[in-house]
Design a protein around this ligand. Sequence first.
Ligand code: FES
Ligand code: FES
Length: 163
Amino acid sequence: MKTDSKREETEMIQVSFQLNGEPVQLTVSPVMRAVDLIRNELGQTGTKISCGIGRCGACSILLNGRLAVSCLTLAYQLEGISVETVEGLSDQSAIHPIQEAFLEEGGFQCGYCTPGMVMAAKCLLDSNPKPSEAAIQEAFSGNLCRCTGYGGIIRSVQRACSS
Ligand code: FES
Ligand code: FES
């Protein structure tokens, strides 16, 4: 008879994907969430966890360029795809123009929602470089700011498109 730990061991899954342009390969439990893999196994803690049930967007990342909540994505589902987190937007020498715009417009208060907001903004501007205010509001419909700083967030996206 298999013990629980033996069963878990035999069910581990190998997953390979690109994280911010770098190849990653590791073995995961079939029930591990992508957000836990990214934060705990890969050390990229810019992606936040808040609600944990797909309602707030704090854990937003891009999967093959599409916005996704990593708390409702299982780690093995990353197999073969391109994963982008907020860490992938900047390098040692410069931050991304969207991040610059958030700084200039005060697009955050406590900042906890900001990585998810920035990823939602990137997803929007990659497909629509000059969105209307209505399009910006629509793009953020899955992202909640508990500090209610929506005015600054929208101004930040507008500044990012004009820069
Ligand atoms: S933590 Fe994932 S949507 Fe809220
Ligand atoms: S800035 Fe605090 S939750 Fe958005």
